[in-house]
Write a protein of this length. Structure first.
Length: 233
């Protein structure tokens, strides 16, 4: 029987390595339940989690990424008070920092639907609907994941939410980085997602004022729950 109960957790501002380790622990425990179910012909339910967090300044490089897209050396990272990690998600290089909602859904997609492309599209749709509630029209840019503004205008298209996921046995981890009140200057130290000719933006930049992070989180939670038909706990 599918378990659509999803435990919501907000880790607040948390060091990237600590968050990654905690993700890996939850992910491994969920995969182990599925493995044991298959081997022992059991039917133990797998848990689902939706985790929100913010990170101190950090750059992360996905499995298929190019180190050349990080434009800082070790001294430069120190001067920017930033760290750098090569990690096991898809996608290229991106930045995480305060004022950005980083979402880590650790879901067993067997509880929802087994389609990674649909999974990404639903994450995007939840962001798109959240932006619409604040009067910011957005959409998808052909050939790329994430959420974009002015996606139909090649010269003006700019990214507001990046995505990179990992999945094994239909269990997901990593997720999305949604720029709310993010310091966009930090994106100047990388070629974001390996895309050289497109800008990055935030809700604060588009609207001209800083947003209440908790208000944005509440609306995003509701939209994610609706997209996945989750029972958020």
């Amino acid at each position: 029987m599918q378990n659509k109960d999803v435990q919501f957790v907000d880790w607040g501002l948390l060091d990237y390595q600590i968050a990654w380790d905690q993700q890996e622990k939850i992910f491994a425990e969920t995969v182990a339940i599925k493995h044991n179910n298959r081997v022992n012909e059991e039917k133990n339910q797998t848990p689902n989690y939706l985790i929100f967090t913010e990170h101190p300044h950090v750059y992360t490089l996905g499995k298929s990424g190019h180190l050349d897209y990080l434009l800082l050396d070790e001294q430069g990272l120190r001067e920017k008070n930033a760290t750098f990690y090569k990690i096991n998600r898809g996608g290229d290089i991106t930045y995480h920092g305060p004022g950005q909602i980083v979402g880590y859904p650790i879901l067993d997609l067997d509880n929802f639907f087994t389609d990674i492309h649909l999974y990404l599209r639903k994450l995007e749709e939840a962001i798109i609907q959240t932006l619409a509630e604040f009067g910011i029209p957005s959409g998808r840019y052909p050939g790329y994941t994430g959420v974009w503004l002015d996606a139909d205008n090649e010269q003006r298209a700019r990214k507001i939410c990046a995505m990179g996921v990992r999945a094994s046995r239909w269990v997901t981890m990593h997720g999305f980085a949604f720029n709310v009140n993010t310091d966009l200057n930090y994106f100047g130290n990388i070629i974001p997602c390996g895309i050289e000719d497109k800008d990055v933006t935030s809700m604060e930049k588009e609207l001209g004022y800083a947003l209440d992070m908790n208000l944005v989180k509440d609306k995003l939670k509701k939209n994610l729950a609706a997209q996945f038909e989750m029972n958020l706990q």
